[in-house]
Design a binder for this molecule. Structure first.
Ligand code: ATP
Ligand code: MG
Length: 242
């Protein structure tokens, strides 16, 4: 199977060269952990390689996405002009089922290879009444995207309190891949950490890696570094149990 580059420095190493083309993966984590920036980098990296991308935003305006991208040194406008990047907003205020007619039309017209849906809350708002409906709707979306052969990245929110005590949500099971972004307290600050929980059908590293978000290069996963916050935590727990 062909592998595609995620565009996140360090992450393709974790995936031994990239992720299998045509798969779907969920990027989850608490607020402000870098999910939107990750999704922007994923779409931008595709455009750089000539692979057209579609960014579906539910909470932000397309102009916000362009601004976030330029704040980390990535210009999307020039790719939009060439048809290599399309940004659409699917509003959560529409109290009807999510219509995927527009994404499907764009995928066909622009020969789109990568889709980023930021975020899955879009579906949650539609289905407050019953969890079954919500799961079905999300699964339908994943299947429809898979039929078009695009590689799908979806973001979702998760309230992680402790890295050792994750609560898995129903949607975590619906995707081929699951990546968790979180922040771990380290003394009086926080360290950003990334972990690939699963990626069906391919080999990947399972360690927890520290990552950074910077103006110049966005998200970078530091595969050669250790998450010092967790080493400190383990050492403290060991002292406590002795
Ligand atoms: N230009 C930048 N340079 C450095 N760090 C930045 C920059 N822009 C954002 N950040 C950092 O990234 C964080 C936000 O990232 P992002 O918007 O991708 O988070 P998110 O996980 O999508 O959040 P939410 O769940 O609220 O949508 C900010 O809180 C900030 O710490
Ligand atoms: Mg976001």
């Amino acid at each position: 199977m062909r592998k595609i580059k995620t565009g996140i420095p360090g992450l393709d190493e974790i995936f031994k060269g990239g992720i299998n083309s045509g798969t779907s993966f969920l990027l989850t984590g608490p607020p402000g952990t870098g999910k939107t920036i990750f999704a922007i980098q994923f779409i931008h990296a595709g455009a750089m390689l000539g692979e057209a991308g579609l960014y579906i935003t539910s909470e932000e305006e397309p102009t916000d996405i362009r601004e976030i991208a330029s704040s980390i040194g990535l210009g999307l406008e020039k790719f939009e002009k060439k048809g290599l990047v399309s940004i659409i907003r699917q509003s959560i205020s529409d109290k009807k089922l999510v219509s995927i007619a527009t994404p499907l039309r764009l995928i066909k017209e622009n020969k789109i290879k990568r889709v980023a849906l930021d975020s899955l809350t879009l579906f949650e708002y539609m289905h407050v009444a019953g969890e079954m409906d919500y799961r079905k709707e999300v699964l339908d979306f994943v299947i429809r995207m898979k039929e078009t052969k695009v590689t799908l990245l979806t973001t979702s929110e998760k309230s992680i309190i402790d890295i050792d005590q994750f609560h898995y949500d129903p949607e975590d099971f619906l995707f081929d891949g699951l990546i968790i972004l979180t922040k771990v307290r380290k003394s009086s600050t926080f360290e950003r950490c990334l972990n690939v929980v699963k990626m069906r059908g391919q080999e990947h590293l399972i360690d927890i890696y520290p990552f950074s978000i910077s103006k110049g290069s966005g998200i970078e996963v530091h595969t050669k570094q250790l998450p010092f916050s967790l080493i400190d935590k383990d050492a403290k727990e060991e002292r406590f149990t002795k």
